[in-house]
Design a protein. Structure first.
Length: 188
C-alpha cells in the first residue's frame, strides 16, 4: 500500500469537504420546497482570478477589506460559492421586497446594483442564508477552516461565476496548522 502524504491527503480532504458542503447547501430546507439555490466550488486559476477581482474592487472603491479578503482567498485551498435566484417570488404577498404583493414584485424591473441584482424576495434570501449555514456546519463538522464572505460573492457576481444568481456569498476553505481566517485585522 502506498504512502499518502499529508499534503495530498489534506488536498483530497478539502475537495471532499467542498463537495459535502455543496450537498449540504442543496439539501437545506427551501421556502415552499422550491430550490433556487446555486452552488459551485472554485479552485486553481479561477480562484486566483476571484482574488484578483477582489483586489480590483479594493482599488476602485478604496475599501481595503476587499484586499484583505482577497489574500484569504489566495491562501485558501478552495472557495465554495452559494447563490440564489432571488428575483423569483414564493407567492406569499408578504411585501418584504417593498412591493405590495408578489404580482407587483414580478413586474418590478430587476437591476444590477453595485454588488448584486435586486430587488430580491426575502424568502429566497432566507433560503440562501439557510444553505450557507448548512454548508459551514458541514465544514465545521469536518474540521475544515472556513469563513462566510460577502466580498467574495461580490467578485464572483462580477465574474459571472454563478451567472443565474442574483446574490452570491463565498466561503473560502482551508486546512492549515492554524486557521488563516482567525487573526484578520479589522479594519485592515
Amino acid at each position: 500500500m502506498p504512502i499518502i502524504t499529508s499534503q495530498k491527503g489534506e488536498k483530497e480532504g478539502i475537495m471532499q469537504a467542498a463537495n459535502l458542503m455543496l450537498l449540504s447547501a442543496r439539501t437545506a430546507p427551501k421556502s415552499g420546497g422550491v430550490d433556487d439555490v446555486l452552488t459551485a466550488t472554485v479552485t486553481g486559476v479561477k480562484k486566483d482570478k476571484l482574488a484578483t477581482e477582489m483586489e480590483e474592487i479594493a482599488d476602485e472603491r478604496g475599501i481595503e477589506s476587499f484586499r484583505r479578503d482577497a489574500k484569504n482567498v489566495r491562501d485558501s485551498d478552495a472557495v465554495v460559492l452559494i447563490g440564489v435566484v432571488g428575483t423569483k417570488n414564493v407567492e406569499l404577498n408578504c411585501a418584504a421586497c417593498g412591493q405590495p404583493n408578489c404580482n407587483e414584485f414580478e413586474k418590478t424591473e430587476k437591476k444590477a446594483g453595485q454588488d448584486f441584482v435586486g430587488p430580491n424576495c426575502v424568502f429566497k434570501v432566507l433560503d440562501l442564508g439557510i444553505a450557507l449555514g448548512s454548508a459551514v456546519k458541514t465544514a465545521s463538522m469536518l474540521n475544515v477552516d472556513n469563513r462566510v464572505m460577502y466580498r467574495v460573492g461580490t467578485a464572483a457576481q462580477r465574474l459571472k461565476q454563478l451567472p443565474k444568481a442574483s446574490v452570491i456569498i463565498g466561503i473560502p476553505i482551508s486546512a492549515k496548522g492554524k486557521s488563516i481566517y482567525f487573526d484578520r485585522k479589522w479594519p485592515p
